[in-house]
Ligand binder design. Structure first.
Ligand SMILES: *Cc1c(COP(=O)(O)O)cnc(C)c1O
Length: 416
């Protein structure tokens, strides 16, 4: 089992050599931390030097049930030995079981499976346009998304991603997209017309800075879409599957969107995306109008099934709510504290939390310092430190993580 002893901070030749090699043979498209991770267990990961880290980013909100959960390992091994892939030419048991479980857990009517969050968004872009087309409303093809939104990197999802930096050099983007301001219903009203097929919104903008949508704003969006005939679509790829202390973040506002995009925590580390829709959209995509070779394969669906079963059995939604409240309280105490004056704000829900830093401290510097002290964290837009630990974490993990964060902030703020 776990050996929590730290080894030297100095990179061994193996790790340094691996990184040199990676930089010669891979596209340098990601900004990676200079560590090679080799193993995980629960809320911890180990690098090639044998050093361990408390994982408070969880593969960007993906590692819902922790690394190497024995039940998930067993289910995947057994399913791999039984049947991995059949394509969408045939039914398979695991996909049927997962659709039953996911619709029951979310309250939506039907599910479609794919392999990533981006693919779930692409499916919903097509579904939104086709829904109106099938009803004879061929004018309704405009999509509204929010400034600061993140919906993925393929050309359709990228266009919905409301951050110009991500668009740079990729023009022409997909046509028919308008942008409104997050948490500003008047700005959405200005873009609304009888040409709008759907409004896309995240209940919490994760990449955009862990910015929580006001419950009232989401309710007003629902009313606006109902009045105009547009669909309301939630991107719950980051916020879904227990992350915020509810199974879906939509439950905080009580708003029912017409459809949700899911991924990340659903597969627990295995690539799995899903779309869930209400009754009204059940036939929006007629046979042959959309598809994916790997989507809904038995191996990915067995991962999803096991993740949902672990979440239920270990009461991880409740744990996310409880641990999230504790984490939030500790982070809040750092805001404007005389020892950490560079922390200007805190936000989030459940185990998706962020602290905003003023311009004197860069989140990248903080993240590097945390890593040196044995804690993995992520960044979000607007100079925000993002935390999205596995839903299995306990009080001790939170004490350790917030202790490391506070110590790093005290030091960084000192040199301001
Ligand atoms: C991660 C993410 C996506 C993209 O998902 P991928 O699995 O990386 O394709 C889309 N929307 C949100 C809100 C996300 O957090």
């Amino acid at each position: 089992m776990a050996n929590f002893e730290d080894t030297s901070l100095v990179s061994s030749t193996t790790q340094a050599q691996l990184i040199t090699q990676a930089d010669q043979v891979t596209l340098g498209v990601a900004r990676r931390a200079p560590i090679v991770l080799t193993r995980g267990q629960g809320a911890r990961v180990w690098d090639a030097n044998g050093r361990n880290y408390l994982d408070f980013i969880g593969g960007v909100a993906v590692i819902s049930v922790g690394h190497a959960h024995p039940r998930l390992v067993k289910a995947l091994s057994e399913q791999a030995a039984q049947l991995m892939h059949v394509s969408n030419l045939f039914y398979n048991e695991r996909a049927i079981e997962l659709a039953v479980k996911l619709t029951a857990a979310t309250g939506f009517a039907r599910a479609f499976f794919c392999n990533s969050g981006t693919e779930a968004i692409e499916a919903l872009i097509k579904l939104a346009r086709r829904y109106h087309y099938e009803r004879g409303d061929t004018k309704r093809n405009v999509l509204i998304s929010m400034h600061g939104a993140f919906h993925g990197r393929s050309m359709g999802a990228l266009t919905l991603t409301g951050t110009p930096e991500y668009h740079k050099g990729f023009a022409p983007l997909m046509g028919g997209v308008r942008y409104a301001t997050f948490n500003d219903i008047e700005s959405v009203k200005r873009e609304m017309s009888d040409e709008v097929a759907a409004v896309f919104v995240e209940p919490i903008q994760g990449e955009g800075g862990v910015t929580v949508a006001d419950d009232a704003y989401l309710r007003e969006l629902r009313a606006l879409c109902d009045a105009s005939g547009a669909l309301l679509i939630f991107d719950e790829i980051q916020t879904g599957i227990g992350r915020t202390g509810k199974f879906l973040a939509r439950e905080w506002s009580g708003v029912w969107p017409d459809a949700c995009a899911l991924a990340k925590g659903l597969g627990g580390g295995f690539p799995l995306g899903a779309v869930v829709v209400n009754d009204r959209l059940s036939a929006a995509l007629p046979p042959g109008s959309h598809g994916t070779t790997y989507g809904g394969n038995p191996l990915a669906c067995s991962a999803g099934l096991t993740v949902l079963s672990i979440i239920e059995q270990e009461k991880l939604v409740e744990n996310a709510a409880k641990m999230g409240a504790l984490l939030a309280e500790k982070l809040k105490n750092m805001v404007g504290h005389q020892k950490t004056p560079c922390v200007v704000g805190h936000r989030g829900r459940g185990l998706l939390q962020g602290i905003a830093l003023d311009a004197r401290v860069k989140n990248a510097d903080l993240i590097a310092k945390l890593r040196d002290a044995g804690l993995l964290a992520g960044s979000a837009g607007g100079n925000v430190l993002r935390l999205a630990p596995p839903l299995i974490i306990n009080e001790r993990d939170i004490d350790e993580a917030t202790g490391i964060i506070e110590a790093a902030l005290v030091e960084l703020c000192k040199s301001c």
